[in-house]
Write a protein that binds this ligand. Structure first.
Ligand SMILES: C[S@@+](CC[C@H](N)C(=O)[O-])C[C@H]1O[C@@H](n2cnc3c(N)ncnc32)[C@H](O)[C@@H]1O
Ligand code: SF4
Ligand code: SF4
Length: 377
């Protein structure tokens, strides 16, 4: 058995809103949902080959499907992985418009994480729909979600404000830039890289010395762990995601990534496959692998390759071609990571009063200082 697979399931590509930046175009976001037979094939094949799996329900908008769909899908997970076996977990990634107390109570009962794509005070910049009303309708007990804030040209320099907004609500938040895919190819939405870098570093510096903060700021916290020698698989762009993720569309077609993937990377159909290993032997997977290897060859001389791993293949595909590392995402990572690494190294060298730092930094750094063999110098 292999260890672990992350499985993005798009149970529908349909969406009840129309974000300006969405990498799925309106022509793709059409009605139609995944059959339970397809869900069952996913569960059966993954459980036969992997010790554990994390399922991310994505789309389109997953909450345009009724709660009854998720109850049936979770029952299939329990059937194949063993109820309460700790072999599986779930996240629903939603635009938040369909959140309600009944759904949240069910998710709490089944320990399903909820990720809401939401930029707080700047939500209207990219999104037509406003999740704040649905979020406000949740009881305190059920109001547990993490936010994914997508940063556009307009909000690139407002990232610290976005951090502060979610920090004030004790809601975990991750920040990531609009990539030039799908609707975002039209222009005007992708942040200027210098603005993005500046805004991201401002948010990190604020979080770093925010001793009362109860939230990890993502991706910066993952960069800290990576620098300290604990790379986290959820940072898929910098932990060699290939062979560790698949994405299944409503009709069962499989791709290596949840971001807008072109047909040349199609790995086959889960309903026709005898195993997940067979999907990884497909021509489509070979295509993304070859492109990524070619790009990574160009990265070999890079001083931070061991942390970056050559970046996200799909971001580069859309920015500059998969086999090239000349896109903005290279420079953005390089500069933000260099800043984060310098701050952490300064702490390791100077051993200042750790009370000044947020508790995530305190725990990560102190953990390494008491076990100096693993400190990266
Ligand atoms: C495609 S949506 C699907 C799930 C759900 N509808 C939602 O909005 O969370 C998943 C995430 O992709 C992000 N996204 C969509 N298009 C993007 C783009 N061009 N660049 C960066 N992120 C994008 C969205 O902001 C959202 O956080
Ligand atoms: S980002 Fe999500 S909510 Fe927005 S249009 Fe795309 S699928 Fe719908
Ligand atoms: S920072 Fe750029 S050059 Fe360096 S490994 Fe990452 S993608 Fe390659």
């Amino acid at each position: 058995m292999k260890d672990y697979l992350s499985v993005v399931i798009k149970p529908t590509l349909y969406c009840d809103t129309d974000c300006r930046h969405c990498y799925h175009t309106p022509e793709e976001r059409v009605k139609g949902s995944m059959s339970l037979a397809t869900v069952e094939n996913i569960m059966r094949l993954v459980s036969e080959e992997y010790e554990a799996a994390w399922f991310i329900w994505h789309g389109g908008e997953p909450l345009t499907l009724p709660l009854s769909f998720y109850k049936e899908a979770i029952a299939l997970e329990e059937k194949y992985f063993g109820k309460g076996s700790f072999r599986y977990g779930n996240t629903i990634q939603t635009n938040g418009l369909g959140l309600n107390r009944r759904l949240m109570a069910y998710c709490r009962q089944k320990q399903i994480n909820i990720g809401v794509s939401y930029e707080g005070p700047f939500n209207g910049v990219l999104r037509e729909g406003d999740a704040s009303k649905a979020i406000a309708s949740l009881s305190d007990k059920d109001n547990k979600y993490s936010a994914s804030a997508t940063i556009s040209a307009e909000t690139a320099l407002r990232q610290k404000e976005i951090y502060r907004y979610f920090r004030g609500r004790n809601t975990d938040v991750s920040l990531s830039p609009v990539i030039p895919a799908g609707c975002a190819r039209c222009g005007g939405l992708v942040p200027d890289p210098d603005d993005y870098i500046r805004g991201s570093i401002e948010a990190f510096d604020d979080w770093l010395l925010d001793s009362g903060s109860e939230i990890p700021l993502i991706p910066h916290y993952l960069y800290v762990l990576n620098y300290l020698g604990e790379p986290v698989p959820s940072d898929c762009a910098h932990t060699s995601c290939l062979t560790k993720w698949i994405c299944v569309n409503p009709d069962g077609t499989v791709y290596p990534c949840a971001k807008a993937c072109p047909p040349e990377f199609r790995m086959g159909n889960i309903n026709d496959a005898a195993s997940i290993a067979e999907l990884f032997r497909s021509e489509g997977f070979g295509n993304i692998l070859r492109g990524s290897v070619e790009r990574r060859e160009k990265c070999r001389g890079c001083e931070i390759y061991r942390y970056c791993g050559g970046g996200c293949s799909m971001d580069f595909y859309h920015e500059c071609g998969i086999e090239n590392n000349t896109g903005d995402s290279c420079r953005i990572y390089r500069e933000i990571f260099a800043h984060v690494a310098a701050e952490i190294q300064k702490i390791l060298d100077e051993k200042p009063d750790m009370g000044r730092y947020n508790r995530f930094i305190r725990d990560a750094v102190i953990g390494k200082l008491v076990n100096p063999k693993t400190v990266i110098q």
